[in-house]
Design a protein around this ligand. Structure first.
Ligand code: SF4
Length: 390
């Protein structure tokens, strides 16, 4: 990295610090932990005999490495899914005994995301970190973006895009900075509710992409609430929450949601939809009107971090559809929890954003499969979006 490079930072991320042992969902639990090649070698050269013994026991070479700066090696996590270098108080022994120089690129960087857009560094935070979500939601004011000098620290480049490259000449990607700014501006337009802003964004992108809004058959349904229950039930089943996803927290939220909407009961879909409608009208809408900023910040961070609208591929409408699906799924879970508790709090939203990001955004194939399924069913249109948002 060049010294004194400039970096763009969203206001919420300016003074982030990891809270270590105090963290309720440590990033050192439940995940593979990657070790870059330089750090991997340092581990086996350390003069600290005790630590060296531990490295020999717990660190292994990753034969399927995609990038030596990221995952040349791995930590073998223990049966309880904890990093073996985490002590009982959830503090890192590598950091404590050898110093931060011995943290791998991934351990040092997380939850920071470094992107390069047209040669300029950009920083944001992964919302799978609970403390990052707290920072995100700590202010009601719109997120602003501040230019700073980039410190010389270890980091991993998550994405690097040069929109001036010849290969993008005929693609909308060459307009990525403008489209992203337009999207953030639309989502931060507080003259209307957050769902309406997302709909406005879709109409604008549909227009820019010159998509034909009438090329599909209408989706025939009894009510949008019934449609959402059926659709998200299918999404939850495809995710395999109870048998494939290794997250007791996500599983317990899903059970709460199923209980709240009485999804396992013998009742008709329409009576479940009535319950859903009632909870949206009496709990979710009043909460959202009062606290729309929480969803605004979540969306703005996703748009900024994921090179929206090209978050999935070169088709800007695919990026838009998946932004809405992720957002609507979070809203669906919140409504289910509200149905059970008869109330919603900013902490509920924070927990939901964190666990959804951890499970869904970091899932290797789920979003890709879901998008393929949406396209197969010809749901990639504003009619489907309206059913999820209106
Ligand atoms: S998830 Fe965030 S706060 Fe928690 S241990 Fe990791 S970096 Fe620190």
């Amino acid at each position: 990295m060049k010294k004194q490079a400039k970096i763009l930072i969203p206001s919420y991320a300016e003074d982030f610090t990891c809270i270590g042992g105090e963290c309720e969902d440590s990033c050192c639990i439940g995940w593979d932990i990657d070790i870059d090649k330089i750090t991997f070698r340092k581990y086996f050269r350390t003069k600290n005999a005790e630590m060296k013994k531990k490295f020999v026991k717990h660190i292994y070479r990753n034969e399927e490495s995609d990038c030596y700066d990221v995952d040349y090696g791995r930590v073998a996590i223990n049966d309880a899914k904890w990093c073996p270098f985490l002590d009982k108080d959830k503090y890192c022994e590598i950091y404590r005994n050898l110093g931060e120089d011995y943290l791998s690129n991934v351990c040092y960087s997380f939850p920071r995301v470094y992107n390069i857009l047209n040669g300029n560094y950009e920083l944001s935070l992964y919302m799978s970190c609970p403390e990052a979500v707290r920072k995100l939601l700590s202010s009601r004011d719109p997120i602003t973006f501040i230019e700073r000098q980039m410190p010389e620290v270890k980091h991993i480049i998550h994405s690097a895009v040069d929109t001036g490259e010849k290969r993008w000449n005929k693609s909308h990607i060459r307009k990525l900075p403008q489209l992203r700014s337009l999207s953030i501006e639309t989502i931060q337009d507080r003259s209307c509710g957050i769902n309406e802003r997302l709909l406005n964004l879709g109409r604008k992108l549909e227009n820019i992409a010159q998509r034909d809004p009438t090329h599909h058959d209408p989706i025939r349904i009894k009510s949008r609430y019934a449609f959402r229950i059926e659709y998200f039930r299918y999404v939850i089943e495809s995710l395999g929450v109870f048998d494939e996803i290794d997250s007791p927290v996500f599983a317990s939220f899903t059970s709460l949601l199923m209980e709240g909407f009485e999804l396992s009961h013998e009742k008709s879909l329409e009576s479940k939809a009535d319950l859903y409608r009632e909870v949206v009208e009496t709990v979710v809408k009043p909460f959202t009107e009062e606290n729309g900023y929480v969803f605004e910040h979540y969306l703005v961070n996703s748009i900024y971090q994921d090179n929206f609208p090209f978050s999935e591929n070169q088709d800007m409408f695919d990026g838009y559809v998946m932004l809405v699906v992720r957002f609507a799924l979070v809203q669906f879970y919140l409504a289910g929890i509200a149905a059970r508790n008869r109330t919603l709090t900013v902490d509920d939203v924070a927990q939901m954003i964190q666990i959804h990001t951890k499970i869904i955004n970091h899932h290797k194939t789920f979003i890709l499969n879901l998008l393929q399924e949406i396209k197969r069913k010809q749901f990639d249109n504003m009619e489907f979006i309206s059913l999820l948002l209106e």
